[in-house]
Design a protein around this ligand. Structure first.
Ligand SMILES: *[C@@H]1O[C@H](CO)[C@@H](O)[C@H](O)[C@H]1NC(C)=O
Ligand SMILES: *[C@@H]1O[C@H](CO)[C@@H](O)[C@H](O)[C@H]1NC(C)=O
Length: 330
């Protein structure tokens, strides 16, 4: 074989032949994967253990491709089991949600515009990388704050600190073990967020080094988008909010994203109650009759569509409509 197949694999193209691949071809594909993503394993035993997970993942990728309209392929996560992936790269903790009533945006009769993309309007910073730390919630939080800093406060686009949230917002949130965007907004009602450069990201839990005199932006309150009568109603309200307010912090079930490589995700199975990842809706549109959300992730710019993914809009897929919020800045 068949360098071609390997190349196709690594280009994360659509491929449907894993089930017929020989062991030696899988081993070669794995070797290439370790080079592409600069993976180092401490022993041959570890190498072989990862190889067998990789092999199992090839089967899972095939299944994802069968059950979804998006493309799935080898990503930097191809040597991890689903459980490892979830432990290290997800981290939205719905159980941390407190039951306090929050301001809600009533479902409106407005119709969302047919296309919005805040990334082309200077309201979204470049894609970041959370590393192997379940701090997605902190990235989702900074994402909507960065948007409002431009759109509400009319300031220049500025990257804000996730590490401050990881280290200091510890009353309910749990750093690399997970948290909630709404809790982070609450923390920022009594502290101000430093910039990314003042308080840089380390991808590990640390002691709080917040310096009040470096705090730039605080939160006055935040809005949770109310669930409408139907999923489509809620997602319409989300579209109106995206248009009028800016990027939105949302939670999703990210179980289908480990190997996402592009396209509009519309998985057959994705439990809307299984919220486990915090991300940022930055746009919406329609392609070949399929309505989608454009979503900023925090797994680096080489994952997915330059660090973003698209998911079908209006169907409540993966619970994208279940926990939507944005901050009102102080
Ligand atoms: C934005 O940046 C420009 C160029 O650096 C600067 O002239 C301007 O004052 C900045 N605006 C704000 C609101 O800080
Ligand atoms: C906090 O930041 C200010 C302004 O840069 C600096 O003068 C001060 O030394 C800092 N405080 C600490 C404890 O690092």
């Amino acid at each position: 074989m068949n360098k071609l197949i390997i190349v196709a694999l690594l280009a994360a193209c659509v491929f449907a032949r894993f089930s017929t691949m020989q062991d030696q071809d899988i081993a070669a594909a794995f070797k290439k994967f370790t080079q592409t993503y600069n993976k180092k394993y401490s022993s041959e035993e570890h190498y072989n253990a990862r190889l067998s997970i990789f092999k199992e993942n090839l089967r899972r990728i095939e299944l994802f491709n069968k059950n979804d309209e998006a493309q799935h392929g080898i990503t930097q996560f191809a040597d991890l089991t689903h459980e490892e992936f979830a432990d290290m790269y997800l981290g939205y903790k719905p159980q941390l949600r407190n039951s306090q009533a929050k301001v809600s945006l009533s479902s409106t009769p407005f119709t969302a515009p047919t296309a919005i993309d805040w990334t082309t309007k200077g309201a979204v910073t470049p894609v970041k990388n959370q590393g192997s730390c379940g701090s997605c919630w902190a990235f989702s939080t900074t994402g909507s704050i960065e948007g409002q800093y431009v759109l509400q406060l009319k300031q220049n686009l500025t990257s804000f600190s996730e590490q401050q949230l990881v280290d200091c917002d510890t009353k309910e949130d749990q750093g690399c073990n997970g948290g909630l965007m709404d809790n982070a907004f609450t923390y920022l009602e009594s502290a101000k967020l430093e910039t990314e450069s003042a308080y840089p990201y380390t991808a590990v839990d640390g002691s709080c080094k917040y310096n009040q005199s470096l705090g730039v932006v605080g939160v006055a309150s935040f809005v949770d988008i109310e669930q409408g009568k139907t999923v489509a109603d809620t997602e319409n309200t989300m579209g109106v909010a995206l248009d009028n307010i800016g990027p939105l912090s949302v939670a999703i079930n990210a179980n289908n994203l480990q190997f996402y490589a592009g396209g509009i995700s519309n998985p057959l199975i994705c439990n809307p109650n299984g919220l486990n990842h915090g991300v940022l809706i930055v746009g919406l549109g329609s392609e070949n009759g399929k309505d989608f959300w454009k979503v900023k992730n925090s797994w680096g710019a080489s994952w997915g569509e330059k660090g973003y993914f698209r998911i079908v809009r209006g169907k409540g897929k993966c619970g994208i409509n279940r926990a939507v919020s944005y901050p009102v800045l102080a």
